[in-house]
Write a protein that binds this ligand. Structure first.
Ligand SMILES: *Cc1c(COP(=O)(O)O)cnc(C)c1O
Length: 448
């Protein structure tokens, strides 16, 4: 059997080989499903295999199907890579293998998360005293925060949700913008709250505040900062004023957009953010920690605790603030990422990504037939070509080129292409390669 020390040294070497290959690798290889499947689908043997052999084979079998997500030429969805300090801390997190549900079980994990949660609160411009839970991503942050919201608005109507459950409960009205993220709907579905009322969105995807009509029914309003196609931010200040006037709970989806609060030049986009009642965001997107990590914040710790809490300990136990019981020590990589960047580093990372997005938009707009569809206020660029067919063809050529990867989307009922700059590694040269790939593809696609 190979020694653990040798095995881990080899793992570090393979990891470094991979990271160093990112500049040259095709970003997302043309995947041959059958070949990938055949490589993995060996018969499960009766006998054990030496871990070193398992590792070597895993890495070589997986390689053709590994996307260049950690590299600078990945512009797909809104993803983010891993800062070196965060990756290193994540390795230690696996090595330490702490069960980060309880302080008593894993004290350092609990304290690192406590400090990281407080740092995040401050960086993101949230009020003192908010509670937080570290979850797998923004999806579960919605579930956590909306569970707290539901608890709170029902309690205000004299309904103790924990005891009585949802059967016969007063109906809670949930109001969302037409361009809310799909994860909000799924969170509502998981919570048994049914389909929301939908308010129209404007051309950039922002909820039209004048059409937000609230009354005295128990209500949760979901606003959004950072629409996934355009990066547009709802006018949270105006929405908060209406929500407060009606006694409604305001939840904000800030999966990536909330990070504008950490950058002085962008903070105006999220004005009024501190007036919400709950917030959901990600660390695995713009903070660039490895998957998976999201955070739910709540301005009503009692409601948060009533929704998720299990115990009464002297110290903060993580399991009182998130839906998991046993779980990974997500606080370590976040703590390490924030320490390594510092306040100015976080601001610089966010501003740099936005500057790259603006530059990409200017360059892409120059390509024959290209039209940029959004105001590039943040890190997202939305564009298309003259015809839907050309948009599809050009995108496919770029995806296949391996030079950059980004996804198609639908905007105004028509195909469009979305660039997201969320990776700490993305450089001006990477943006040039992205634009170059499109320049070449416009010619290629025309020839097809
Ligand atoms: C990515 C995203 C989500 C979902 O976040 P996950 O971390 O994938 O669960 C929710 N809302 C917005 C606006 C997003 O961009």
């Amino acid at each position: 059997m190979s020694e653990p020390r040798d095995l881990l040294a080899r793992t570090a070497e393979l990891s470094s080989d991979f990271l160093e290959s990112l500049d040259e690798r095709p970003v997302l290889p043309d995947v041959d499903y059958e070949a990938l499947r055949a490589a993995f689908a060996r018969p499960l043997r009766d006998e054990p295999i030496d871990p070193r052999e398992v590792l070597e084979q895993l890495v070589s079998d997986a390689d053709p199907g590994i996307a260049g997500i950690p590299g600078g030429r990945w512009f797909g969805f809104v993803i983010g890579g891993s800062l070196p300090a965060a990756l290193a801390a994540d390795w230690m997190t696996s090595t330490w293998d702490q069960n980060a549900g309880l302080f008593a079980l894993a004290p350092a994990a609990a304290v690192a998360e406590e400090v990281a949660g407080e740092w995040l609160r401050e960086l993101l411009g949230l009020p003192e005293g908010v509670s937080y839970g570290f979850v797998t991503g923004c999806q579960m942050a919605h579930v956590t925060a909306l569970a707290a919201a539901r608890e709170h608005v029902m309690r205000e109507r004299g309904w103790e949700l924990g005891d009585r459950g949802l059967y016969g409960a007063p109906r809670v009205r949930v109001v969302v913008g037409a361009k809310r993220h799909v994860t909000v709907d799924r969170a509502l579905r998981l919570l048994g709250m049914g389909a929301p009322d939908v308010v129209r969105a404007d051309d950039e995807g922002r909820l039209v505040v004048d059409e937000l009509e609230l009354d005295d029914r128990p209500t949760i309003v979901c606003a959004q900062v950072g629409e996934v196609n355009t990066g547009a931010c709802d006018d949270v200040e105006a929405i908060a004023a209406r929500a407060r006037g009606a006694g409604a709970w305001l939840h904000v989806d800030g999966a990536f957009g909330l990070w504008a609060a950490a950058a002085p030049s962008l903070r105006h986009l999220v004005r009024g953010i501190d007036e919400a009642d709950s917030w959901a965001t990600d660390a695995h997107k713009w903070l660039n920690v490895p998957y998976d990590c999201g955070i739910a914040f709540c301005a009503h710790p009692a409601a948060h605790r009533a929704a998720m809490g299990m115990r009464d300990g002297a110290n903060r136990d993580q399991l009182d603030w998130n839906p998991e019981f046993s779980r990974r020590a997500r606080g370590f990589p976040v703590y390490a990422a924030l320490r390594s960047l510092g306040r100015s580093g976080v601001a610089e990372l966010v501003e740099r990504c936005c500057a790259h997005a603006r530059h990409a938009a200017e360059e892409l707009a120059r390509l024959p037939g290209a039209e940029v569809l959004n105001e590039v206020v943040l890190n997202q660029v939305l564009f298309r070509f003259g015809s839907d067919e050309q948009t599809g063809d050009v995108l496919r050529v770029v995806q296949r080129s391996g030079e950059a990867w980004l996804s198609g989307t639908t905007w105004d009922g028509r195909p469009a292409i979305r660039v997201s700059v969320s990776n700490w590694q993305t450089s001006a040269a990477d943006v040039e390669r992205l634009v170059g790939a499109f320049r070449a593809a416009v010619v290629d696609a025309a020839a097809v």
